[in-house]
Design a protein around this ligand. Structure first.
Ligand code: NAD
Length: 248
């Protein structure tokens, strides 16, 4: 059988890169989606991976735009093939206390982190249901589950992501397509490097594991959820947070 094709949005980012590697190691043909303005970065990323023995496709698309997401998906289908796995990983933060938050910061986070789930998933879900197999994994956040000071925008978008997961999971379950959420805690990437060092130290002090997670620890779970044997897992949220927030 030809290798299944996986699209990872935010694929050249911290967690996205690790997901690309994990899926490639599991035999998927992986396309790393990247933000159009980061073409040079994406090409450099692709070259670096190739020198380390891994061949990846890359595809440009602004996931906050429906039209751009459509173009990206169409381009992947014609150049690489039908998309069997979608990992919605692209995301941003624009932290501000609610009192100081401007409409622009609200909108940027909602469109990039939540509208994107509609924009990209809409392009691939029909193909998955028609072929009778698919895996969709949405990367949410612990801060969508418990809220976070200074993140009304991000917490709203990330909580919304799991609502999206649960609703879509029901619509596509009979067609062999699973939809799940992963909610990472604090993971050492550029996104968390942007947090002031003293604040980061305070955060780590609250984590039972007393450290940040690694992108690979999130990617491992994505790999499991995309496995053929994970076909009965759907509409679920998985925490990868070192014990920072526990729920069931
Ligand atoms: P990152 O900044 O390293 O990667 C995010 C990627 O998304 C970047 O490559 C960026 O260019 C891309 N992106 C941003 N806007 C885009 C757009 N409009 N279109 C296409 N691509 C776009 O961040 P990360 O830490 O790897 O985060 C990945 C995901 O994990 C995000 O959804 C984030 O919210 C989530 N997350 C991260 C953490 C953490 O601690 N790092 C914790 C919980 C959840």
């Amino acid at each position: 059988m030809a290798a299944r094709i996986a699209l990872v949005t935010g694929g050249i980012g911290g967690i996205g890169s690790a997901i690309c590697l994990e899926l490639a190691d599991r035999g998927f043909k992986v396309v790393a989606g990247y933000y159009p303005a980061e073409k040079d970065l994406a090409e450099a990323w692709q070259k670096k991976q190739a020198t380390e023995g891994r061949e990846f496709e890359i595809a440009s698309g602004d996931v906050s735009s429906f039209e751009d997401s459509q173009k990206m998906a169409q381009e992947i289908v014609s150049r690489v093939g039908p998309i069997d796995v979608l990992v919605n990983c692209a995301g941003i933060t624009r932290d501000k206390t609610f009192k100081k938050m401007e409409p622009e910061q609200w909108r940027a986070v909602i469109t990039t982190n939540l509208d994107s789930l509609f924009n990209v998933t809409r392009q691939v879900v029909d193909g998955m249901t028609e072929r009778g197999w698919g895996r969709i994994v949405n990367i949410s956040s612990v801060n969508g589950q418990r809220g976070q000071f200074g993140q009304t925008n991000y917490s709203a978008a990330k909580a919304g992501a799991h609502g999206f997961t649960m609703a879509l999971a029901q619509e596509v379950a009979r067609k062999g397509v699973t939809v799940n959420t992963i909610s990472p805690g604090y993971i050492a990437t550029e996104m968390t490097q942007a947090i002031a060092e003293d604040v980061r130290a305070q955060i780590v002090a609250q984590v039972p594991m007393a450290r940040m997670g690694t992108p690979e620890e999130v990617a491992y779970l994505v790999g499991i959820l995309c496995d053929d044997r994970a076909g009965y897992i759907t509409g679920a949220n998985y925490e990868v947070n070192g014990g920072l927030f526990m729920s069931f």
